[in-house]
Design a protein. Sequence first.
Length: 222
Amino acid sequence: MMASESANFLEGDPRRLAQVHAMGLRHLQIVHYIESPLGDLQTTAPRHNGMPALAREVISECRRLGILVDLAHSTPAFVDAALDSTDAPVVWSHSWISRRGGRWNDWGYIARSLSPEQARKIAARGGVIGLWTVRVRNDSSYPLYSVGSYADEIMRMADLVGPQAVAFGTDMDGAGRDPVMSRYEQVREVVEQLARRGLSADTLHNLCIGNYARVLRKALQA
């Protein structure tokens, strides 16, 4: 399944989505770490302060073609506008849920976080939030520092937004030089830890792939 971590290749022209859809693209993250006419980034001072009309066109075209929209790296204002502009489920493919969410001038790992309120909004629309593997060793308030803590955080997220809205995040091999997980056998370790915590086989399946697959299938039904 082909995905793109940013829509910069559109160069401001939503009509190009039809071309990449024909090539096989089925999952599109709207913004990444490059300045974009489609919206602001969590980690830079805002310029658009919400969702530009162009981004609304892109999201509408994604819905028409059958492309899953990924809001990771987007600002809170953009997330709210995106959820107001479509009733289709969306994903937040990778980061974490902090106590209050991030601000652009926080440390990067905090700026990239999602607030509980917005996480619940995504979940209420049938969407899914993926937990990343970024490790921070010098902040006791940050929850990810080991494989076991990854399982703990999956459980906390499931309690917060419901197990139907939680997934293993993307960027396993792109989460810095010292990620919590860097090998796929470590995913199995997390699954085994979750099983020992009493999760059912169905819930484990959904956390691993079922929740994301459900949202992707929904998007493909354009």
